[in-house]
Design a protein around this ligand. Structure first.
Ligand code: PMP
Length: 320
């Protein structure tokens, strides 16, 4: 997607802010806000996919995203007054109010909203929840990826737990992504503290070797991705593949038959080159292609078997 988003770009959109639906341009915080200084927030990245035949935006695995957000809230002592079901309802309401008739990105954020900077005690700080929805297209900018191994390492659980989407952790991802793109690559592959394969800057990683799928274990400091879980389920139940979650050596990537990255923003995207070496023949592999096709049908709501993963939101007619 393009860089440089600003509120002015999004005209009449509304946000959910301080318990109410308000114009996005008015949803502003004070510069004393704790989360702005210390990254004391947890967020989600959720996609809504426009289904033209049904005239709805299908929000993919909405509840699972909020369950992950609420787990992060527990860790960061973010006391927000909403259950997962209420957060889902607030989201559908905002998407409908914003009248989107295209693919969208949904960004909830629970954060330490206290206007208090010289205080590092989570228990002293009040929290809030906010939500925005914006039009969103291709995130990675390419259908196949040229990646490099990052010189940055993934944070380890006793430093900041990578299994939660904590705002401050994303400096780690941002350093890796910036390094990779400035060097001319599409995405970074990040190793963990002990040199094993972890994930992309905003994606989980899978390898295909001899018809078997392998993905780094959660204990190796990967985010428990919702797309990762989706791919595991589809590979097992639809393609009949064995999926192994285990520690992965860096050298295994260069020798794999296929490597793919998965994420809400990134969808399922094949890595065709790593550190200037082609992966296999340097083209999208057959398992990646099958998973991609299945996934796109499911997220748009075209596969009845997986409609339970889609929460529909109907754009409201614009009142003039
Ligand atoms: N890893 C990281 C570091 C991420 O930021 C993301 C995006 N949320 C993912 C993996 C993929 O997670 P999901 O499939 O839930 O979007």
């Amino acid at each position: 997607m393009s860089t440089g988003q600003s509120t002015s770009q999004f005209g009449e959109l509304q946000a959910f802010f301080r318990g109410d639906y308000v114009p996005l341009k008015d949803a502003n915080v004070n510069i004393m806000t704790h989360a702005l200084h210390y990254g004391t927030g947890v967020f989600e990245g959720i996609r809504g996919n426009w289904n033209d035949e049904a005239g709805v935006v299908n929000i993919f695995r909405l509840r699972e995203h909020y369950e992950r957000l609420l787990r992060g809230c527990r860790l960061l002592m973010l006391d927000i007054p909403y259950t997962a079901d209420q957060l889902c309802d607030i989201t559908v309401e905002l998407v409908e109010r914003n009248g989107h008739r295209q693919d969208i990105y949904i960004r909830p954020l629970a954060y330490k909203s206290a206007e208090m900077v010289a205080n590092l005690k989570l228990q002293d700080l009040e929290s809030d929840f906010t939500l925005i929805t914006i039009p969103f297209g291709n995130y990675l900018g390419s259908d196949t990826l040229r990646c490099c191994t990052s010189s940055w390492r993934r944070v380890d659980d006793p430093m900041i737990p990578a299994r939660l989407k904590i705002s401050g952790i994303y400096v780690n991802s941002i350093l890796a992504k910036t390094e990779a793109t400035l060097a001319g690559f599409d995405e970074a592959i990040i190793l963990n503290h002990d040199g094993h394969v972890c994930e992309g800057s905003g994606e989980n990683l899978f390898l295909v070797v001899d018809g078997k799928m392998i993905t780094p274990a959660l204990e190796d400091n990967v985010l428990p991705g919702i797309t990762r879980d989706t791919v595991i389920q589809l590979a097992q139940s639809e393609l009949g593949l064995e999926v192994v979650e285990r520690t992965v050596d860096r050298s295994e990537l260069y020798l794999a038959d296929e490597v793919l990255l998965t994420g809400t923003a990134a969808h399922i995207t094949p890595v065709v080159e790593l550190d200037n070496r082609p992966i296999a023949d340097g083209k999208t592999g057959p398992i990646s292609a099958q998973l991609q096709k299945m996934y796109f049908d499911i997220v748009v709501g075209r596969n009845p078997k997986y409609l339970h993963w889609c929460t529909p939101a109907s754009p409201r007619p614009v009142v003039v």
